[in-house]
Design a protein around this ligand. Sequence first.
Ligand SMILES: NC(=O)C1=CN([C@@H]2O[C@H](COP(=O)(O)OP(=O)(O)OC[C@H]3O[C@@H](n4cnc5c(N)ncnc54)[C@H](O)[C@@H]3O)[C@@H](O)[C@H]2O)C=CC1
Ligand SMILES: N[C@@H](CC=O)C(=O)O
Length: 816
Amino acid sequence: MKQSNAAEKLTADQNQLAKHAIQVHKFGGSSLASAQCIVRVVDIIRQHCQLNDIVVVSANGGTTDALFALYHQAILQTETLEISLHDIKSMQAQLISELLSSSNEKRLLTQLDADCAQLKKWLENSPQQHQADILAFGELWSARLLSEVLSEKVCPSFMVDSRDFLVIDNDKACQVNTQVSKTQLYQLKQRHKLAVITGYIAKNSQNETCTLGRNGSDYSATIMASLVGALNVTLWTDVDGIYSADPRVVPSARKLHRLPNGVAKELGRLGNPVLHAKTLQPLTDHSTHLHVASSFDPSISGTEIGKFGQIAKQELSVTFLNDLLLAQSDSFTGNLGEQAQQEFSAVCGDDKAGFIVIHQEQQKAVSQWLASHDTEVKFTPASILATVGHKVIHHGDVQARFKRSLRHSKTFARVNSPNEHSIMAVLTQACTTELLNNVHHDMTKDARHIGLVVAGLGNIGERFLEMLPAQLSRVPALENVHLVGLVSSKKALFNNDGIEVNQALSLYQKDAQPIDKSELMSWLANHPYDELVVVDVTPSEQFSLLYEDFFKQGIHVIGANKWAASSSTDNYKSLLASAAKSKSLWFGNTTVGAGLPINYAINDLLNSGDNITEISGIFSGTLSWIFETYDGTLPFSKLMLDALSQGITEPDPREDLSGRDVQRKLLILARAAGFELSLADIKCQNLVPDALQTLSIPDFLAAADQLDSFFSEQLNQAKEQQCCIRYIARFSVSESGKLTAKVGLEVLSNNDAFANLTPCDNIFQIKSGWYQENPLIIRGPGAGRDVTASGIHSDLVNICQRLNTRQSQVKLKGID
Ligand SMILES: NC(=O)C1=CN([C@@H]2O[C@H](COP(=O)(O)OP(=O)(O)OC[C@H]3O[C@@H](n4cnc5c(N)ncnc54)[C@H](O)[C@@H]3O)[C@@H](O)[C@H]2O)C=CC1
Ligand SMILES: N[C@@H](CC=O)C(=O)O
């Protein structure tokens, strides 16, 4: 969940901090089914509630079913009534005893005795008259117990029987008398205490108990939210969100992290197992957000329902309703047809073709209605299969895809819903699992939405962003990638609805806000995407220290930054282990050789069973460019400044001249080849004189001519032997397993393979079991804006291809 606003155990006087923006938390029966579940709920309340909030509860799991069974036994006057009553009482008594201290336990057991005596009386004497009163005990017991446990363990709490304030004017349509209910609720509220209120039950205008129908507690929660103007309602349940299809039937269904209100309502109407048709009704007038979250694993972000921008509006889902009736009659055409659709809240209908689709239990009412119009009707068993999405009926491509996905099925008709959020196929046979899976696949392409955050908006980051719009529009694997974050060392811009890629940098300049590490991590931890990829194009060690946290959150990383991959052996191993544990992907092909596929080649040899014995070459684009160009005509320092202005050096060129950058690259490759070593194991020749090593970057650049005499001397000596100077990296492993690694300036014959590169090119020479006599050579541009940014794009495509084929993990009832 987004916030952790823990309610400490506070006395009344300490409660000045109680916040005013009320949230409603509703816990379903499965979340309260056992003492263990209730302890989990208490923990959630401790983490997520404050004293002004409202907690709404269903009956403890299984209790409403047991009360229904009691009621039916009472009607049938079966002999098992006594035993069943005893069972239900024992279950409650056990929960009380397991959860409460002895004095409160005694008090609640006495109340339970009294309740059960009353229950018995009603069951024996007048069950039909008291059906709702009988069912109401479930919520009553659940609320009473939870509020006692909270008072003992978390904060002062009190229980409210919703029949003391919630008035339903019309039993059938469950119309709330808002004015009366609101006034009475405010009278009942106690300052500085957390209210635990019964869901599912209310009273009618005759002051009798009534129920809000199956799953009515969700409806109770949203009614209460609308009465108190709550900002958020969280439905804590046994699933971790709403999926693009029922995940028990469609394994490739993916979680919908954000659903626009209208779409959620339509899903509820058309059979979504989590959302119920009435739940969203009370929330139409103001901007309350609804969350669906798992009480079995509150750390998983669930589904948020509310007002969202473009990306959330792109989501498509598929749902179905079986056991319906197709009713065809002349009376269902024209105005009368429209009237019939409204009268029976038809699932769908067509007033030109003359049919409506209704629930089976409405058959009698429909027949009677038609009899009064003296028309005939034909009823046929039917089902509907629908694709649901924001204003989906207006999307020609979705219409065409839906039609195509149904090409092998016998479809009676296709109908657009009047609210514009669904296209329904009416079938005269049941919708099968196979059909649902096929249509889901065709409609959603089992697509996963991938959020992209770019950190580091300098030389390479800027070029990466310039290339991004064209990449997104032409590479199929990037179809569902959304740029959602831009981060520099001081500021960040985040937008869950996506940052317009064509204006990314100007939007960043205009809207970015200062950010610290904890704000950054909090945003990243709460992103609403199936997957999040962070591209690290900073040169920052600080930023690389966040990788561990990224991996713990399941975030994927593409790094051009070399710090993490060349950090200490312990840290490197721990990063690999964290990434593996949370299935995070970590790509860093551009850390060595920019866009050249050197890391891929090494991985491939290793994965194919080859043994690498030697890696050597020129690994620095900067040093390649400088030494290939340096013939004594221009001073060395002039060439270095030139390389800096071309964007091929590190932000501080001393990283290159000191050999550190090459040392890191050699370490990265040796590790990729399967060897365990650290930077200290690689001898490094530093070409920066001591006097220049500690200067600021501007001071170093101003004093760069102090480099010249050393290099001119080295060059002249080499020339005398018909040779040249190059900065070379060498790694080798002997037959006995001894590792040797060094980077430094070497004098090479002018004919050497490393001596004749195009300036700025890198060359990598690999010897292995398979490439012994004739080594594998990879050569090409190894630094620069274009090649590095395109190398990062290549990593992004690779990551997205892998992520797109991943199945989402459905969590039901907290089972891993
Ligand atoms: N220039 C090249 O040819 C290649 C560069 N790289 C690597 O790419 C990375 C970026 O290089 P350039 O773009 O040339 O550097 P740059 O200095 O032009 O840009 C770096 C950007 O990172 C930002 N930054 C610094 N610390 C940060 C932090 N803690 N959090 C967020 N942002 C931060 C800076 O504000 C700046 O916008 C470096 O790690 C470099 O080693 C890798 C391969 C080739
Ligand atoms: N300065 C580096 C840039 C890439 O890592 C180089 O020249 O290779």
